[in-house]
Design a protein. Structure first.
Length: 258
């Protein structure tokens, strides 16, 4: 299965990133170009960014984005602090989400898109987020989700690990992007929700909204060639909405600090 998945991935890989190691900073930088060149993918990110920006509470404190990479969330959230694991254009901080060089209760929000499942120690991040986010502040994210359809797609078309049976919230990694567990958000916030609530009573899961069974797949994401033009975005979103609760590939998650 791994060999077949690798063959599919190489055949469908976007030409700009083909042959470049996923942990190479050039891969992350090139994703900015890919997003801008793919109208349907730009529209997906705009929908996600509107959801995240609407999550932010008013009041004191900055909003911090983890894994800003090639995105453009700063166009939706004024004075956003951007960060990543690499030195990249438009990045304010090079940092690890498990060890943030920020003062206690200094943030009103931490936001991220497709980042949580790359964090090798979810407990360390959640504890650090609890330290740096003020009461009433939030952690808002768009992350991969788990269901039979998502497992089917990821096992055949995605290079990242997808292990919903993992017993731990940690995984070994040799690079910032090559290490991941696509199922980690589902594991922490749904399968192990009782454990999460016991260990992190300061966090309340305020929103868990499954998203997009088909649209992102048709866009090709940031690493593969598109399968649909931009003008089909609205039609695909209408078509897939009835199936989001059972077949979503992503989820919109919101944690609020008590």
């Amino acid at each position: 299965m791994y060999r077949l998945r690798s063959m599919f991935y190489r055949a469908l890989a976007h030409p700009l990133t083909r042959g470049i190691d996923i942990d190479d900073p050039r891969t992350t930088d090139l994703r900015s170009t890919i997003i801008q060149q793919k109208p349907i993918l730009r529209k997906i990110y705009r929908e996600w960014y509107r959801l995240l920006s609407d999550d932010l509470p008013v009041g004191d404190g900055h909003a911090l984005e983890l894994g800003s990479g090639g995105g453009f969330l700063d166009q939706f959230i004024p004075d956003l602090i951007t960060s990543d694991m690499f030195v990249l254009p438009k990045i304010h901080l090079v940092m690890d989400g498990r060890r943030m060089p920020l003062a206690d209760a200094s943030l009103r929000a931490i936001v991220m898109t497709n980042v949580f499942h790359h964090i090798p120690d979810a407990r360390a991040f959640l504890a650090e987020a609890a330290r740096t986010v003020r009461p009433g502040g939030v952690v808002a994210m768009i992350e991969p989700w788990n269901n039979p359809w998502a497992r089917f797609i990821c096992s055949r078309l995605h290079h990242e690990e997808f292990d919903p049976n993992a017993s731990q919230w940690e995984f070994k990694t040799q690079g910032p992007l090559s290490g991941s567990n696509h199922a980690l958000p589902w594991i922490v916030f749904q399968r192990d929700r009782a454990k999460f609530e016991q260990r992190f009573p300061q966090w309340k899961i305020e929103k868990l909204q499954p998203l997009m069974p088909l649209c992102y797949l048709m866009s090709g994401g940031v690493s593969m060639r598109p399968r649909a033009p931009g003008f089909m975005f609205n039609a695909i979103r209408i078509l897939e909405r009835p199936f989001e609760s059972s077949m979503a590939i992503f989820a919109h998650l919101l944690l609020r600090k008590r």
